[in-house]
Design a protein around this ligand. Structure first.
Ligand code: NOJ
Length: 557
């Protein structure tokens, strides 16, 4: 019988081996996203770096994560914070060197932590040698064939950039048009060109050969474009959109899977796929394509029992036929931090409606974020944690305009608040900025930290048994023991404001979204709860893990 975990007594520093086959580690892994620029700055230039990550590996081991996903660490002019890459086989000098990356991969692995790198195949930086060569060549040249260049007095079509404005810009100011679904500094590649296929296959091998355990594939559903460049039509059917989820994409990922499968130890492919159609989404996870993909429906789901249940059901139902594990994601570097989002009247997330500046109850949001974390940890599949989520950092919404970096903010003319607010440097210790992110007297961090983050530092939260960090450590520790064994997921009967599910016969997770306390079944044992129980009942916005949920077995231990 598993011993109950008390958040206050959470031990750190030891790791039990998970009870699962090594080759299938990714099926239930906890993956921690490192946004290097904001993680830890070892050289005092105000920008996070690989040396900073290496220094903090023990923190990540003690947190209890299985793998690190690094947002792009490659040389980049940073027009989109690293998602504009000029060299896929090197490290940005602001972050370190390739040799350091290799050391980091090996050191993490020695602590039992695998590494996943971010691959951006939809576009390159406008400083990438291929695009520079294309700009230097004449219209119609082979160098331009690797991109989408078109002539004409007006833009070739009405496609809009995801960051706002037209998706077409004139080369060299007055030449042919080129396509960029994101910023003009991110020209889209032409995935009908054999050079493009060969280049990315080589890049995959480059990183796999250096020991990385997998790749996160950026904008994975956008690579293939309609060669006719047809306009978007609201009524287009599955696979008919001119630049999203086109069927030819699957050929690319089958090739990539064959490469990943060529390694003795499993290399995994993780897709960033924003698709509302669950069936189309699951097609990417067929056994000869990607291993997993981010579950953005769950991320965007409001804190409401029926919506959460529907989202969980949809995810499990979509993944089952392809035998892929679902992923449970609450945040990343593109979306509003959960503590803030869950503190609003409408707690859903969508890029079109971030509700920045609307009334926000951060205390309530933090309570719900705690409950959401334990819910995500208890669901079958893998889980992603974005740096700072484990500290309960809120979104920073009052960044002065002149300090904002994100092209999403700039290109929308300030209509979209952008994503800088979830990318603020991590507070590690101390009572004033930079809170141990950099050494004292270092250069100003690339984004400023708020003055009131002293209680949110790793050091402060490590000393506080009621902190978000203590909850994450204890929850992940309990999760590693897999208190559900190999048992199947089933919903348990519950009232409308409550979600309750079992995994196997002796484990249940109960989430109370409503105002009324929920009395526990007689004889059930609490493994962990996201907030204190009140008189033995589960109060509002609280998740609890239970053993013997049906009251059988040992009682009153
Ligand atoms: C998705 C990434 O998560 C985001 O940060 C980036 O701006 C776009 N893809 C373009 O690469």
């Amino acid at each position: 019988m598993l011993a109950p975990v008390d958040v206050r007594e959470a031990e750190v520093g030891t790791r039990e081996e998970p009870p699962r086959a090594v080759e299938a580690w990714w099926r239930d892994a906890v993956v921690y996203q490192v946004y290097v620029r904001s993680f830890a700055d070892a050289n005092g230039d105000g920008v996070g770096d690989l040396a900073g990550v290496r220094d903090r590996l023990p923190y990540l081991r003690d947190l209890g994560v299985d793998a690190l996903w690094f947002s792009p660490w490659y040389p980049s002019p940073m027009a989109d914070s690293g998602y504009d890459i000029s060299d896929y086989r090197a490290i940005d000098p602001a972050f370190g060197t390739l040799a350091e990356a290799e050391q980091l991969i090996a050191e993490a692995r020695a602590l039992g932590i695998r590494t996943i790198v971010d691959i951006v195949p939809n576009h390159v930086s406008d400083q990438h040698p291929w695009f520079q060569a294309a700009l230097a060549s004449s219209p119609g040249s082979p160098e331009r064939e690797r991109f989408w260049f078109r002539s004409g007095d007006t833009a070739p079509n009405g496609w809009q950039s995801i960051f706002g404005g037209s998706a077409w810009t004139r080369a060299n100011g007055d030449g042919d048009w080129y396509l960029h679904l994101f910023a003009p500094e991110q020209p889209d590649l032409n995935w009908t060109h054999p050079d493009v296929w060969a280049e990315y296959e080589d890049v995959l091998r480059f990183w796999f050969d250096r020991g990385v355990a997998g790749v996160r594939i950026d904008s994975a559903a956008l690579l293939v474009k309609d060669p006719e460049l047809a306009e978007e039509r609201p009524e287009s059917g599955p696979g008919e959109h001119p630049f999203t989820d086109r069927d030819a994409l699957h050929d690319v990922y089958r090739r990539w899977r064959a490469i990943a499968d060529g390694y003795d130890e499993q290399r995994v492919l993780v897709g960033e796929i924003w698709l509302p159609d669950a069936e189309r989404f699951a097609r990417y996870l067929r056994p000869d394509e990607l291993h997993t993909a981010f579950n953005f429906d769950f991320l965007g789901c409001p804190w409401e029992a029926p919506r959460m249940r529907a989202s969980i059901d949809a995810a499990l139902a979509a993944h089952a036929p392809v035998d892929a594990p679902a992923t449970w994601v609450l945040s990343n570097h593109d979306v509003t931090r959960p503590v803030t989002r869950y503190g609003r009247a409408d707690s859903s997330f969508a890029f079109e409606s971030k509700r920045a500046g609307t009334p926000t109850d951060l205390e309530r949001g933090a309570r719900r974020a705690r409950a959401a974390a334990l819910l995500a940890m208890a669901l079958p599949g893998s889980m992603y944690i974005y740096q700072g989520e484990e500290l309960g950092l809120p979104e920073v919404e009052d960044i002065p305009f002149e300090r904002r970096q994100d092209p999403m903010w700039h290109r929308s003319g300030g209509v979209d608040p952008g994503r800088d607010g979830c990318r603020i440097p991590i507070p590690w210790s101390g009572d004033h900025p930079p809170y141990g992110f950099s050494v004292d007297n270092a250069a100003r961090p690339w984004l400023d930290q708020p003055d009131d983050w002293a209680p949110l530092t790793v050091a402060a939260e490590s000393d506080d048994p009621g902190s978000m960090l203590a909850l994450y450590r204890a929850g992940l520790r309990a999760r590693r023991q897999a208190p559900w064994g190999a048992g199947a997921f089933t919903w348990l009967p519950s009232g409308g404001d409550v979600l309750a599910f079992a995994r196997g016969d002796s484990f249940a997770c109960l989430v109370n979204f409503g105002p009324e306390p929920v009395v526990l079944p007689d004889g059930a044992e609490v493994v962990i709860s996201s907030n204190d129980l009140e008189g033995g009942a589960v109060p509002h916005d609280t998740t609890v893990w239970l053993l013997n949920p049906l009251g059988q077995g040992e009682r009153g231990r």
